[in-house]
Design a protein around this ligand. Structure first.
Ligand code: NOJ
Length: 516
């Protein structure tokens, strides 16, 4: 499983209210206790931090707010020694406007790096070259007074898009990847993988007839010319080739909302990503029939032989325990850790973390600031990790960068003391999965969902497990089940209960049955 850590929100070591690399190092015992084998660190590179670090001003340097390169080397070395692999965020689509490359690019039309970014003349009638919208609101074009041209930014105007059509850009970004792989990192999660290239004719995006005016304004156009262009897939192939220069590295990538196209991001004859991130479980209606459809649709959409993955949390996603409640969050834990594929979760999901309360005057997220009123604020899920019951939950001795309110009393120390907590459930699921090849690399076979129970089998030639998840808050009868015994319940209160023929699942209960 891959455990996302946003360094700013994990553990502060110097009392400035922001998490840092030394802080992560001080929590390695916890990661080992939980059984984590891969951590994905979201950006800690030099950045003005307008977008949670996804606005990078130097790809190969640690921002002093997070520590030093020495801190990074020590952290990654210690993690590796303790059996945990490290993957980093790679943000190839855009830099910060403070990046020296952009400073040079915008200095003159004749600058050697002018073409490293996407510049354009105004449209014939004046104004932006076309109707493309920034994901963060307003036109995606920003007028540059000094050189009388527009530059393109898919996100903030302070995040100009790099021009991936330019081979120099591709070469310099390949060097960034090599720089980190030489330092020993095990792979990358590519940010915004699908938007690397835009239509070279700059054709207007059509209006989305289904969007109406309920959707946030940036989502009212269909981004057919500014997103998911075929050229981007070619660039991902090049990135993969660079990653393949080193042994045993993994390439994951964010491909938001593209389940029907997800197969393309794996690539077949021409490999692209190992793991295009699959958010389908989070987007699906939460009932057994919908979920069985969602799982099938995804598995049918990925190429034969491709390895699946299941995201249940992330720094852009609403915390699931807030959305579906604590009891069903346990079901999701069991589902994601028993399906075939790699689960991705976000630090705090294992605590059943609920979204924090962010008063208006404490909002940090640009999305909420620029497109208010649509519930887009990502601060609630980014509230720092709660370690214990002390002031600021053991996260910092200073003032936390986001208020730590509304997250309840759930913290690591307390939940470790409660034998049946969701934290112990995660740990147990991880442990069982590591022990049983059938649950990890074994085959998957869906069973027909009846009585609001989502059920499936995982098996090898020698072992077979049935997983049955009650998606309701009432008891439900599991029927037509063979002989076996329960090895784990989401309630953590029973093991080795024999099952044969039928079994009554309690409200919100999920079970793993080892079949005879
Ligand atoms: C995707 C990242 O996950 C998100 O947090 C960020 O705001 C955008 N890329 C823009 O950088």
């Amino acid at each position: 499983m891959i455990y996302e850590i946003a360094p700013i929100s994990f553990q502060d070591s110097d009392g400035d209210g922001k998490g840092d690399l030394k802080g992560i190092e001080s929590r390695i015992d916890y990661l080992c206790w939980l059984g984590i084998d891969v951590v994905w660190l979201s950006p800690f590179f030099v950045s003005p931090m307008l977008d949670f670090g996804y606005d990078i001003a130097d790809y190969c340097a640690v921002d002093p707010a997070f520590g030093t390169m020495e801190d990074f080397d020590r952290l990654s070395e210690t993690l590796r020694r303790r059996g945990i692999r490290v993957i980093l965020d790679f943000v190839p689509n855009h830099t910060s406007d403070q990046h020296p490359w952009f400073v040079e690019s915008r200095s003159s039309r004749n600058s050697a790096k002018r073409d490293w970014y996407v510049w354009s003349e105004p449209s014939v009638s004046g104004g932006p070259p076309n109707n493309w919208l920034s994901r963060f609101g307003g036109s995606a074009w920003c007028w540059d007074e000094a050189t009388d041209q527009y530059y393109y930014h898919a996100f903030l105007k302070e995040q100009p898009d790099l021009n991936w059509r330019n081979p120099e850009v591709r070469a310099v970004m390949a060097e960034v990847l090599r720089f980190w792989m030489r330092r020993g990192v095990d792979g990358f999660r590519i940010d915004a993988s699908a938007v690397l290239a835009e239509d070279h004719l700059l054709r207007d995006d059509p209006v989305d007839p289904e969007a109406g005016d309920t959707k946030p304004p940036p989502q009212r156009l269909k981004h057919v010319f500014s997103d998911d262009r075929p050229e981007s897939l070619g660039y991902l192939e090049e990135v993969r080739q660079v990653v393949d220069e080193f042994e045993h590295r993994v390439l994951c990538g964010e491909v938001q909302g593209k389940i029907d196209r997800i197969g393309n991001f794996y690539g077949n004859a021409r490999p692209r990503l190992h793991l295009p991130l699959n958010f389908a479980l989070l987007d699906s209606p939460w009932d057994a029939l919908s979920l069985q459809g969602t799982i099938d649709a995804y598995l049918n959409a990925i190429p034969e032989g491709a390895w699946p993955d299941w995201v249940i949390g992330g720094h852009d996603k609403q915390r699931v325990a807030g959305k579906m409640g604590q009891a069903q969050a346990r079901i999701l834990a069991m589902l994601s850790l028993t399906l075939r594929g790699t689960p991705f979760f976000f630090a705090g999901d294992e605590l059943g973390r609920e979204p924090g309360e962010i008063p208006k005057d404490a909002v940090q997220d640009v999305f909420e600031k620029l497109v208010p009123g649509y519930g887009l604020n990502r601060d609630p899920e980014r509230v720092p990790m709660a370690w214990d019951g002390s002031q600021h939950h053991g996260f910092t001795t200073g003032e936390p960068w986001l208020p730590m309110k509304g997250i309840g009393t759930r913290n690591v120390a307390d939940l470790q003391k409660q034998d049946r907590s969701i934290l112990h459930l995660y740990r147990e699921l991880i442990r069982i999965r590591k022990k049983a090849p059938a649950l990890c690399t074994g085959d998957y076979r869906p069973l027909r969902s009846r009585n609001d129970i989502l059920a499936y089998e995982r098996f090898t030639d020698t072992d077979r497990f049935t997983i049955a998840l009650n998606l309701t808050h009432e008891g439900r009868l599991l029927e037509q089940i063979g002989k076996g015994s329960i090895v784990l319940s989401t309630r953590l209160d029973r093991t080795t209960v024999p099952v044969s023929g039928q079994h009554l699942l309690r409200p919100d209960e999920g079970i793993i049955i080892q079949m005879d």
